[in-house]
Design a protein around this ligand. Structure first.
Ligand SMILES: [Zn+2]
Length: 256
């Protein structure tokens, strides 16, 4: 019995992966306006939104540290996915393994794609410029350390739909907390090799705002159809605004 309790305690104290996979509770216990907006998250004692100093999102601006030849290798595959209405975003959860590999601080990290989801408008900004129309977060978890590695791509509004996402948009569950399945060619969503990006250490941008998340922010936005963005705006603004302070942390600008 004691052992069971201990196991339960350990499970309860390491909720990161479960939180990443999908909203822990659906409907969620936080919001972006009205009840529990981002400005209030820091006052919830169980969350880290106000206690961990290196939070996300931030403005990606100078000064940068530069590194070269640290390309991210993306190994995604076509597969069945679950599309979930988490109550605060649409998220896509793959049924099989997709990975990213990259060298961080001299160590090669291979992390598994856990899910990706959409924010409108963007959470990160570039050099103080206005927010992009949206932002896509590809969230990966390193299976041994459970550390999170997130690729952030800003979304820019275009008249043409981004057809790579057609099968997802055709199956978006509109009911709160509902799910649907579809097939997606995940490898079409990101280049196989990403040589240029900004890297910094931050946090999850939703409660509990857990820290030690390595963010890779891509410099070029991805086109997304205006109609598609309108659909994503079903949840209204779901970006953590205002921006979190940089607190002197380094941002590494990686180029080929
Ligand atoms: Zn996100």
């Amino acid at each position: 019995m004691r052992r069971l309790l201990l196991t339960l305690l350990v499970l309860l104290s390491t909720p990161l992966l479960a939180e990443v996979v999908a909203a822990k509770t659906c409907p969620p216990n936080f919001g972006y306006s009205g009840y529990m907006p981002p400005s209030q998250w820091r006052f919830v004692p169980e969350w880290k939104c106000g206690t961990e100093p290196l939070q996300s999102p931030i403005d990606i601006a100078m000064p940068f540290t530069s590194e070269r030849n640290k390309a991210i290798t993306i190994s995604y595959h076509p597969m069945q996915v679950t599309v979930k209405n988490s109550g605060h975003d649409f998220r896509v959860i793959p049924s099989g393994e997709n990975t990213m590999s990259v060298v961080v601080d001299g160590e090669t990290v291979t992390a598994t794609l856990d899910q990706f989801h959409f924010h409108t408008p963007s959470e990160h900004t570039m050099a103080g410029r206005p927010r992009a129309a949206g932002e896509l977060h590809f969230v990966h978890v390193e299976p041994q350390t459970q550390k999170v590695y997130a690729i952030a791509v800003l979304l820019t509004s275009t008249t043409q739909a981004n057809t790579n996402f057609n099968s997802i948009f055709a199956r978006l569950p509109l009911n709160l907390c509902a799910t649907a399945t579809t097939n997606v060619d995940l490898k079409a969503l990101l280049p196989a090799t990403i040589g240029t990006y900004y890297r910094y250490t931050g946090s999850l941008t939703t409660p509990a705002c857990d820290g030690d998340v390595t963010f890779f922010v891509l410099p070029n936005p991805m086109p997304m159809g205006a109609q598609q963005l309108e659909t994503l705006r079903r949840f209204g603004d779901n970006a953590r605004i205002p921006m979190e302070p940089r607190n002197n942390r380094p941002i590494v600008y990686v180029t080929p």
